[in-house]
Ligand binder design. Sequence first.
Ligand code: ADP
Ligand code: ADP
Ligand code: ZN
Ligand code: ZN
Length: 862
Amino acid sequence: RTAARSDPQPLDDSMVCVRDATEHNLRGVDVDIPRDRLVAFTGVSGSGKSSLAFGTIFSASQQRYLESISPYARRLIDQGPAPRVGEISGLPPAVALRQTYGGASSRSTVGTVSRVSNVLRMLYSRAGTYPAGRGPEELAGTFPRDAAPLDSDAFSPNTAVGACPTCHGLGRLHVVDESTLVGDEDLSIRDGAVAAWPHGWARGNYRDILAALGIDVDVPFRELPQATRDWLLLTEEHPTVKVHPDRGEDYDGWYMGTYTSPRSWVLHAFGTTKSAAMRAKAAAFLSDEPCPTCQGRRLNPEALAVTIAGENIATANALPLSQLAAFLESARTHPHTQALPTARRQAAEALIGGLLSQLGNLVDLGLGYLAVGRTTATLSGGELQRLHLATQMRSGLFGVLYVLDEPSAGLHPADTATLLTALERLRAAGNSVFVVEHNPQVIEAADWIVDLGPGAGRYGGEVLYNGPAHDITTAKDSVTARYLAAHTPEAPHPAVARTARGWLDLRGVAGHNLQGVDARFPLGVLTAVTGVSGSGKSTLVERALADTVRTHLRVDPAADEEEDASDLGRGATGPTEPDDEGAWAPDEDLVTVAEASGLEQIDRLVSVDQKPIGRTPRSNLATYTGLFDSVRKLYAAQPEAKRRRYTASRFSFNVAAGRCPACLGDGVVSIEMLFLPTETAACPVCEGGRYNPDTLAVTVKDKTIADVLAMTVEEAEEFFADLPAAARILTLLKDIGLGYLTLGQSATTLSGGEAQRIKLVSELHRAPRGHTLYLLDEPTSGLHPADVDRLVAQLQKLVDAGNTVVVVEHDLRTIAAADHLIDLGPGAGHEGGRIIATGTPEDVAETDTPTARYLSPYLTGA
Ligand code: ADP
Ligand code: ADP
Ligand code: ZN
Ligand code: ZN
């Protein structure tokens, strides 16, 4: 808790009162939760925290808002079905901030989402220093007094007035690579010297036109005069001539043909074709270069000539947020700013003040290392959520209920402390802040706890504790209480201390904020890569390590001679140098490794992330793990199936013969209602069973295949005890804490943590041969400490079986259970990117890195 917190108001009747909530697994939950407080929803994964906080409370608030707008407008909003709840009272308007992965196609940036870019543009237009003769004062006749000659659009590469005229604001140009246009200079044009022409008739046409123009199409290309070669390859002219096609002696037809040079053809095809194949062919002759006019800065020269404190807007945009704040601080007192006419100087001060307060929010939320121009597609779910949170804080709303999904995900304990300050500020401004959380640091700082459980899925869904945070230790059945107590149980440790069986060395790792780092990964042990967020952990593990191993495994010269075995060599040059004005380097995303050794000790790479395991409701736990294959074979082997000649495929709900014809195997149908949102309901024909009656006539121990999909993992484990292939997977699923999931639950409704553990199980049961390197990015996020223990136990098993596991982690109990740590930092962005400590957790705890400070209490004997 921060010392400065204001005293909460006494608890009067300002409560959110929920009655009879039955969404998903909730068992008629009744709770009264105080408003204007920081409330933590806790419980093991799958216990029903999200179902209550998001599925019920947020959803109901959303529903009320929608009821207040016109039915027409309502249809335009993507809304879910009404939550299953008896009654809710005392509900403020709510804003949900969930973790989502940025869409790859998204064009938004850190600056656009946080609105920093807008204000920065305004600042440049109102308060910039213009080149002599172009400033507002000189142009006073043409513009109203004190108005800027360029409006803020002129500083946006996404507008016609602001964009660089050469590259249209893209910063890069597709240029034809002349050396690729001719395939073989020893061939004549007739024999196919020009590689970059379309095939078929068009190719003959161009050849005949060149012949008609008097060019010799039968000598080797290299023997043509240089001027002729240049002209025919590159000209932008389109001469039209009478062509006598070359079709033998007695043909005397003719037509008018128009010439297009290979260069023009490639540019035209690339720019206009709708065919992906054609575009790909054209792209092979193009290379991508920084735009020569704007050097990748995307803006037109007039906009780039305007400066504040001597720097143009492109330079400001390339700065990390914390450095932008420092720059604006100095701009305030810079002589240029001081010399502005009074009205413009005042505007500058107001805009800079606003920007600094917004940047302060972003820095406080641990995002100071992000560059303004960074695209949101490259951010993690947690970073994106905190970016939205900062934007909300700026809005200055009060009386709002904010519902957040594990806001501490991806945060080092040091960052979590600043997050808590920000949440407290939001609450102190008069808002309610509800967080679904597992992190003890956040739970202990909350005013109030709603603890769900006792188990997951059908074994959960009850409120075990609802009260002030400090009294949770009195809750009897609560697993959460156990982990909050002063001495939390340790995560599973290796039975005996393990030592490296070899080393994988990466030297000269460069990219993002890493500048020539040498990293050594021990083999045959569990390694945790630690450090504050933005220190470079993902860059080192997911990019440098993963890409290097992947390249090595793919480049098997015997198996794949086409692959360029020197691929790694491109790392030797390091990242592209920023241009001389220090603006952003065009290849900001390149990560390279100068030299690697020890790779030959690894046979396989498995990287397990939290991305969804399927985007269609047709994918589920049973299909994804391969478990369903053995189940279908079992059904096809039954005497009744044999009599009916049903094969295993009959038992797939994706196959026409076996599935319900009404819902095509979905089990649900959607109901379109005029003026109302589309609802889904169980299929009236199969009642959600997905199959047709003939398929369901085949049973195993009286259960149909539809019954199997409705079983939980635990029930199925017992049912399939005699089917080893299925039982093995089911046991693993149960051991990792997923015993409560039903086999048929669609992949789209699984949480990130559930999806990640299912992926891990699919790996585990595949009895890996040889030496596998497993990479996991914060595998504990979304997991209750009790679930973390089950996960860590599985990771330890993988290591005991001779494999290497590397996790990027913040969870201190998991870090303490690792054999080896690689600690990055000390700060984020430019203040990080170095390895500041390595060794056993005990070794690292002796140092004075940010990780060490938090880790010590979690070590045995500490
Ligand atoms: P928590 O947030 O505590 O991890 P959830 O509220 O997400 O738990 O889930 C509670 C239970 O409801 C789990 O068994 C989960 O699998 C199930 N569940 C969650 N979302 C859906 C859904 N869209 N459809 C069906 N079941 C769901
Ligand atoms: P961590 O995993 O420790 O949170 P990252 O490796 O994600 O840190 O980031 C390290 C630095 O690299 C940060 O300054 C971050 O902004 C930058 N960075 C990460 N990904 C990209 C990217 N795709 N493009 C540009 N910069 C990036
Ligand atoms: Zn340009
Ligand atoms: Zn049906």
